[in-house]
Design a protein around this ligand. Structure first.
Ligand SMILES: [Cu+2]
Length: 168
């Protein structure tokens, strides 16, 4: 019985952990493709420490991580921080800051196949969007984020309690 409870507690903790970390499939359903407008796609995303980026693509493409805004802007792929080419690559966001990714196929970056990922602390509930202004705006969006986080937390705790009840 005790071992069973320990397993349930562990499963519950895993549920909490996974509810808070998100996987971002780059480009959404289209994936890592030239046709995606990555600027507008990424503006709807909230990238947090602990989240993962997933790059899904065909053999026409690859993933090159760039080390600077300058390299990103000019599509300078000469000194990449990291290169990936499996077609189903997972990149973990382990700290705050900006990460830059582009396709390594000649010409694709210039065509817009690149994305900038602004990673914020996992405590943050709101990502200020450029040009958005008033304090009431940011208040309401952070309130929304908090509400969402607490609902996810309650779901995780709820499933843990359900598990405990069933074990008796
Ligand atoms: Cu490409």
């Amino acid at each position: 019985m005790q071992a069973g409870i320990a397993i349930l507690v562990f499963a519950g903790l895993m549920a909490v952990k996974t509810t808070f970390a998100a996987q971002h499939v780059m480009g959404g359903s289209q994936g890592w493709e030239e046709s995606v407008d990555f600027d507008s796609w990424s503006s709807d995303q909230s990238f947090k420490v602990g989240d993962q980026l997933v790059f899904k693509y065909s053999g026409l493409h690859s993933v090159v991580e760039l080390g600077s805004e300058t390299a990103y802007k000019s599509c300078d792929l000469g000194t990449p921080v990291n290169s990936l080419s499996s077609g189903n690559d997972v990149v973990k966001l382990s700290e705050t800051g900006t990460r830059y990714f582009a396709c390594g196929t000649p010409g694709h970056c210039e065509q817009g196949m690149k994305v900038k990922v602004n990673v914020v602390s996992s405590d943050s509930t709101a990502v200020p969007s450029p040009g958005s202004g008033s304090s009431s705006d940011s208040d309401s969006s952070s309130g929304h984020g908090l509400r969402r986080a607490s609902i996810e937390y309650m779901l995780a705790v709820g499933s843990l309690i359900m598990g405990l009840v069933w074990s008796f």
